[in-house]
Design a protein around this ligand. Sequence first.
Ligand SMILES: Nc1ncnc2c1ncn2[C@@H]1O[C@H](COP(=O)(O)OP(=O)(O)O)[C@@H](O)[C@H]1O
Ligand SMILES: [Mg+2]
Length: 359
Amino acid sequence: MAKILVLAGGVSTERDVSLITGKQIYNALKRNGHDVILTDVYLGYELPDEFKDISLSDLFTKDIDWVKDIPDIREVDPDIAGIKALRSDGDRNYFGPNVIKLCQEADVVFMALHGENGENGRIQACFDLMGITYTGNDYISSAVSMDKGLTKDIFKAYDIPTPQGLRLKKEEYLKQKEAGKLECTVGFPCIVKACCGGSSVGVSIANVPEEFEKALAEAFKYDNEAVIEQYIKGREFSIGVFDGSAMPVIEIAPKVGFYDYKNKYQAGATVETCPADIPDDLASEMKACAEKVFKALRLGSYARMDFMLDNVTGKFYCLEANTLPGMTPTSLVPQEAAAMGISFDELCNKIIELAKSKG
Ligand SMILES: Nc1ncnc2c1ncn2[C@@H]1O[C@H](COP(=O)(O)OP(=O)(O)O)[C@@H](O)[C@H]1O
Ligand SMILES: [Mg+2]
C-alpha cells in the first residue's frame, strides 16, 4: 500500500474534467487500500486550525473526505477567472499552498490533470528536479505530444501516416490576411486546430474560404500557432498503449457532427464500441501503428492515440497522442482495459506500479 496524492484541477479549460477524473481515481485507490489525498494543483490545501500541529505526512491517514465537493458530472464550463480570484497569494507560483510539500510526502503523485500545465510536461520537469515520483509520461514526451505541429513533423520522419497538413503562425496569418492572400493549400474540406489545444477546443472544419478564415480566428484564440490539415472523412478510432503494448481498438461514433468538445463530454452523445467492429488485420495494423507512435514520441507509461479511417481509400491516419488520457470509468482507456478483463480499480493500481518501477 502506498501514500498517493491525486493531483487534479488547475486553471486549464479542462479543469472540471480533471477534477471528475481525479475523484474517480481517488475512490478507486481508496478501494484498493491506499492512503490517498486529492489536491487541486492551483488552489492547494491550507491546513485548518485543528490540523496545524500535525505533519503533512500524517494528513494521508486522517479521516478526511477529500472529494466531497467535487460533482460526478460537469454541468457548466469552469469559471477560470473566478478560480484564479480565490488565490489570496496571487498566482506567481502556479502551485497552490502545500501542493509541492504534499507531493514530496507522497510515494507517488497520480496525475489526473488535463490540458496545459499538466499535460504539456512542465509539471513533470519540475517534479523530476524535485525527486517526486509521478504517473504518466515524462516531460519531453508530454511536451512534444502536446504540440500537434511538432507531433506531425515526427510522424512524417517516422513514416507514421498523418493527414497532409501544415502549421501556421499567427503573425504569418495576419500578414496573409492583410495582403488578401489567405489560402488553404491543403484544399477543402480541411480541419483547423490550435497547435497546443486539447478536448477539441479550437478545432473546426472548414468547407469554404470564409469558414477557413473563421476557423483560423477561432484556433488563434487559444494559441499563437495553428495546424491545418486535410479533412479525413470516415470512421474514428482510438487506441490506448500501456507500457509499450497496444490495448484493444475502440470506435468513437458521435451521433451528430465530429468528436468535438460537446460530443466528448456530454453523456450519450457518442456511441463507443470496444473492441471496434473492424477486420482483425486492420485492428492489428492500427495497433502496431499506435505502438510505433508510442516509441517515436518516446512515451514511457500509458497514452492514447487517435485515428481516422478514410471511408474511400481504406487508409488510416494517426491524428495525435494524448499523454494524460481521460480516466473516468467510462473514458476510452478504461473501456479498453475492461475489454481486456482489467477493471478500473486494477488499471489505477497498474498505473501506480508502472510509475513506481520507473520512478
Ligand atoms: N484531419 C482530420 N480529419 C477529420 N477529423 C479530424 C481531423 N483532425 C481532427 N479531427 C476531429 O477533431 C477531433 C479533435 O482533433 P484532435 O487532433 O484529436 O485534437 P484534440 O483531441 O487534442 O482536441 C478528432 O477527435 C476528430 O473527430
Ligand atoms: Mg484527440
